[in-house]
Design a protein around this ligand. Sequence first.
Ligand code: SF4
Ligand code: SF4
Ligand code: FES
Length: 271
Amino acid sequence: MAIVECFERIPCDPCAAACKQGAIRPFADICDLPRIDHELCNGCALCVVRCPGLAIFVVDASAGDGSAVVKMPYEHTPLPRAGQTVRATDRSGRDVCAGTVTRAQRPSAFDHTALVSIRVPVEHAMDVRGLLLPPGAGLGAGAKEGAQEGAEGGAGAGGKADARAGLGAGVGPVVVCRCEEITEDDIVAAYEAGYRTPEEIKRKLRCGMGPCQGRTCMPVVLSILSRLSGRPVGDMAPPTGRPPLKPTPLASFAALKYGPARPSSVEEDGR
Ligand code: SF4
Ligand code: SF4
Ligand code: FES
């Protein structure tokens, strides 16, 4: 069944149009939150690949063997391989459990959006919302796979330069930070130039400093750095957040109650 984790009333409705079963009720207003009729949902995942917010997943626990398959959108390269063991993560990138890839597809019917299915213990199915390839997979065998996958893009094989090509091979520039238009290649280049932490990457490239304050891109940045460095995402400190953390109407600030104005540090010093 489809699990929708869409909590913000934004003008967005492709999920409703995607569902051929009528399981996602028609929106009365484009800012409506999707409501699912689970009786009608057949788990086809068409809504998963159409959702620009990566807010829909399909959880299939029908095997009854203590496992469940979680189908999720996947915006990285290389694509995992069926049978590959991965680390399943929650929405914030924290490690949850091991998972096994059962299917990875990027068909033209999905407008080349990748859908990856992983099998995990059923008790973790409602937590698992992402995956990490084994450390180095993007730089070694995975890069080779990426190069194969992108053969029409002319990617080579072997060596550091090709490892870099393997991350985005064949799919063109992979935009990671939409607010600041930073691509995966930009991040890899910065990493190779010595900017290794999320804070350094943020200061060098500005990803995480756009209107969404990194809510969209930072989990992806962490996962790229994890793949490049082999360090678990949970070991990396996210960059310092600066308020406001989301676009906030001016009226919200106007409504705040302030005490008497405090002197600035310059005034206190008498300078
Ligand atoms: S998984 Fe398929 S049937 Fe279920 S809500 Fe999404 S599009 Fe509709
Ligand atoms: S397409 Fe995704 S982000 Fe847009 S309303 Fe549907 S679930 Fe929410
Ligand atoms: S997507 Fe990077 S700051 Fe918004």
